[in-house]
Design a protein around this ligand. Structure first.
Ligand SMILES: Cc1cc2nc3c(=O)[nH]c(=O)nc-3n(C[C@H](O)[C@H](O)[C@H](O)COP(=O)(O)OP(=O)(O)OC[C@H]3O[C@@H](n4cnc5c(N)ncnc54)[C@H](O)[C@@H]3O)c2cc1C
Length: 451
């Protein structure tokens, strides 16, 4: 029986442990927190958008980094397999708008309970409050782990499922990156992603809490359009957030990474910043407040509104066009005096109002930090991991799964699907006896480690 240690009791780790046990392994899962699935618990605002019911193409078109690396793992354990697994485990699911899948109870805790139940059923040993300090290697292959309390556990295979760096309070503090580096792996620099933007416009702060529905945004990075989308956004004390913005951030971070690499190369390896403070790429987010209307239709609509309010002051004529809190900002940006009589507004002024309604600019100053990021973009470089097994190409018996890898997707259940698919394949490969393993019994064979 292969002894498998899984580091991390998140989505990827729990699925890896289950798959390793099913493959015949004797499995021990180590989690540094006092409970399993702390991040899973907060997913989908506590409801856990566990996967997406769309087809294969939908999944791959929503994966932002290294989609091809996921071909085998998704084939092995796709979204249908996840849904079947959870339903069989007693957790009934429902599909909502955008093919998003949730537990019918709307409680993420039911997903965690289902996974914990399945681990128990397979007699997987779960050790909570147990933090791995180091992965041990003997003669080039994986031999076990050293714990922070000084103890050590022998193993034939170790699955690293320690997550990324986002929402560090849930336990994902980047330990897996260190383990990977110590094992000789390269890292793609981790960046916060699916994360709000800081913007330079002070008026955003005044609109804090205002949510705009059915608007569209387009994001320009160094004058090139890199994203456009329709949906909902939110103003905050630092800038903008909400579903559309989180999606836009994923494209922003991708471009930002290229931009930063380009600057590094230009500076021949010196700091990307010029020493005079943080350098930002020129990036602007344009909000179209009336995406359903063309420029001409909007102009006609404004004319009609003005006609109905022709004897009123401009500041009192915009109630039908914008949410009430947005009106002072639109007045300011239009350059039209708020007290001006509507019938005195010039054609040019009206044009300007229409222009900012269709293209309200916000200058992006970068993204918020890891504590506010739904995921980490970057991580263990996938070229050094075998996509058919999730095994390290550097060390025999070492496997990676989940967000610790340089894999990420847009919102909609796709990130958890990455964790399920890679977790399942890593666990299955780690637990399976293979003739080519060349496994030798290690010293006194796991004498005192209790599993
Ligand atoms: C607020 C929020 C909402 C989200 N909502 C969704 C959603 O609805 N749908 C979706 O698809 N995705 C969602 N995501 C993303 C999704 O949660 C992650 O992609 C996924 O949980 C990653 O799983 P993981 O197992 O790789 O890592 P994690 O869930 O981060 O698990 C890693 C585990 O490893 C443990 N660990 C770390 N280091 C050690 C160590 N040295 N020793 C022992 N244990 C260790 C940690 O304590 C942690 O429990 C959301 C993320 C956030 C932050």
């Amino acid at each position: 029986m292969k002894r498998v240690i899984v580091i991390g009791g998140g989505a990827a780790g729990m699925m890896a442990a289950i798959a390793a046990a099913d493959a015949g392994g004797r499995v021990c899962l180590l989690e540094k927190n006092e409970k399993l699935g702390k991040k899973l618990f907060i997913t989908g605002k506590g409801r856990c958008n566990v996967t997406n019911a769309g087809n294969r193409e939908v999944f791959f078109s929503n994966v932002m980094s290294n989609a091809r690396f996921l071909y085998s793992s998704f084939h092995e354990f796709d979204n249908q397999a996840v849904m079947e697994f959870l339903e069989k485990a007693g957790c009934r699911l429902k599909v909502e708008r955008g093919e998003r899948v949730f537990p019918v109870t709307d409680h993420s805790s039911d997903i965690i309970a289902a996974l914990a139940g399945q681990m128990q059923k397979r007699k997987i040993e779960v050790r909570l409050r147990t933090q791995v300090k180091e992965i041990l290697f003997r003669e080039g292959r994986t031999a076990g782990v050293l714990l922070t309390d000084g103890g050590h556990l022998d193993a034939d295979s170790v699955v690293v499922a320690t997550g990324g760096l986002s929402y560090g309070a849930t336990g994902s503090t980047g330990d897996g990156y260190r383990f990977a580096r110590e094992a000789g792996h390269s890292l793609t620099e981790p960046f916060p992603s699916l994360v709000p933007f800081n913007v330079s416009e002070g008026w955003c702060r005044e609109l804090m809490g205002l949510s705009l529905k059915n608007i569209s945004v387009s994001l320009f990075f160094e004058k090139k359009e890199i994203y456009s989308g329709l949906g909902e956004m939110l103003f905050t004390h630092f800038g903008v957030s909400g579903p559309l913005i989180l999606s836009a951030s994923s494209y922003y971070v991708q471009e930002y990474r290229r931009w930063k690499d380009g600057r590094k190369k230009k500076d021949s390896g010196q700091r990307a910043e010029d020493g005079k403070g943080q350098a930002y790429p020129e990036s602007v987010l344009y909000i179209d407040l009336k995406p359903a209307l063309s420029g001409e239709q909007l102009d006609r609509r404004i004319l009609r509104d003005f006609e109905e309010n022709k004897n009123r002051q401009f500041k009192n004529a915009l109630g039908a066009l914008f949410p009430i809190r947005l009106i002072p900002v639109m007045i300011e940006l239009s350059g039209i005096h708020p007290d001006k009589k509507v019938n005195e507004i010039t054609r040019e002024e009206r044009k300007r109002l229409a222009e900012i309604t269709k293209k309200l600019p916000l200058r992006i100053l970068g993204v918020r930090d890891f504590n506010e990021a739904v995921i980490t973009k970057g991580g263990v470089a996938v070229r050094e991991v075998n996509p058919s097994t999730m095994e390290s190409k550097k060390r025999k018996g070492l496997y990676f799964a989940g967000e610790v890898l340089d894999l990420d997707a847009l919102t909609g259940g796709f990130n958890l699907q990455i964790a399920w698919s890679t977790g399942y394949l890593a666990g299955k490969s780690a637990g399976m006896e293979s003739e080519n393993d060349g496994l030798l019994p290690t010293e006194k064979e796991n004498e005192n480690n209790g599993f």
